[in-house]
Design a protein around this ligand. Structure first.
Ligand SMILES: Nc1ncnc2c1ncn2[C@@H]1O[C@H](COP(=O)(O)OP(=O)(O)O)[C@@H](O)[C@H]1O
Ligand SMILES: N[C@@H](CCOP(=O)(O)O)C(=O)O
Length: 294
């Protein structure tokens, strides 16, 4: 086996009203550098980790078991640019990395559909798994027997993430959500989502920004957990953003602005926010990738 590298992008789920269905792949990556070894060794964060307890290795083992594959021993070195528990889909990217590791080591030839189904089964929703696998902006949902997913790659927007130092586990942020929505409320919420998608397809980005800021499914219930929610939205708008939404379950927020204006908005926002990484991010259009040149 030649050494190889698996790279998986981060992602921002929901994009306002696209709760549990929309997600956008981002240019921050988790990389696994893999080579043959006499026994399994997993290095992460500069030190060796126990493979049995490692989140990624556990996924790899589960996939191998599901497909009855025996995997050859290997050395894996993880490098991760995706901050954990910040709403940038780190768990989904790690799951996709684990699935791809099993796929490559076991020569399983998994299809995109199989990878999406397995990842979604573990994560519980496809909104981060689909962009981590396919890149671009994806819209997906879970049906009884499959997970339809549509990808949109030509998004002409700049985007800026405001990543605070505090973590927020997705599980905790899901616990704040109502179990049910009244019919009229749900109809309005899904109308926002429909319009957000229509606006993206027609490249009416001002309308997209408006819909981003009118989610009814999750943000009203989560905003109390998010530091500076209103301030970030207001200041980003003043600086020229079309709109700002929670990234995933938060606490990171993400603004969208006209292409070419990102640097200017970023410089303004850095002045407003202490204790945040304010990052101009690329949209990843490839999804998970394998390269041999390491
Ligand atoms: N590369 C990784 N290695 C080990 N565990 C990870 C990795 N990425 C994510 N995780 C696990 O996922 C958790 C974060 O997942 P979650 O709460 O869904 O937030 P998010 O996916 O938004 O970063 C981490 O606290 C950790 O337990
Ligand atoms: N739709 C999910 C997305 C969670 O994304 P994460 O990046 O915060 O894990 C939700 O909103 O709970």
């Amino acid at each position: 086996m030649m050494p190889f590298r698996i790279s998986v992008p981060a992602s921002s789920a929901n994009l306002g009203p696209g709760f549990d269905s929309m997600g956008l792949a981002l240019g921050l990556y988790i990389h696994l550098d893999v080579e043959c070894a006499d026994q399994n060794v997993f290095f992460a964060h500069g030190s060796e980790e126990s493979e049995e307890n490692h989140f990624i290795w556990n996924i790899t083992t589960q996939v191998a078991e599901r497909y009855g594959a025996a995997l050859p021993p290997c050395k894996v070195q993880e490098t991760n640019e995706i901050p954990l528990a910040r709403g940038l889909g780190s768990s989904a990217s790690a799951i996709v990395a684990g699935i791809e590791l099993a796929n490559q080591l076991g020569n399983l030839q998994l299809t995109d559909e199989q990878k999406l189904a397995f990842g979604t089964e573990i994560e519980g929703h496809p909104d981060n798994i689909a962009p981590a696998l396919f890149g671009g902006l994806t819209i997906s949902t879970m049906l009884k027997n499959d997970i339809p997913s549509v990808r949109l790659n030509d998004i002409e927007l700049d985007l800026i993430a405001y990543i605070p130092e505090v973590e927020l586990k997705t599980e905790v942020a899901r616990d704040c959500l109502p179990d049910t929505y009244e019919r009229g409320y749900a109809a309005r919420a899904s109308a926002m989502s429909n319009l957000a998608v229509a606006a993206l397809y027609t490249k009416d980005y001002a309308l997209f920004g408006k819909m981003l800021e009118n989610d009814l499914f999750h943000e009203p219930f989560r905003k109390a957990l998010i530091p500076n929610f209103d301030l970030i939205r207001e200041k980003a708008k003043e600086a020229g953003a079309y709109g700002t939404a929670l990234s995933g379950a938060g606490p990171t927020m993400l603004s969208f602005m006209p292409k070419g204006n990102g640097e200017k908005v970023k410089n303004e926002m850095v002045k407003q926010l202490n204790g945040y990484q304010v990052q101009l991010l690329e949209i990843d259009t490839k999804g998970v990738s394998i390269s041999q040149n390491i």
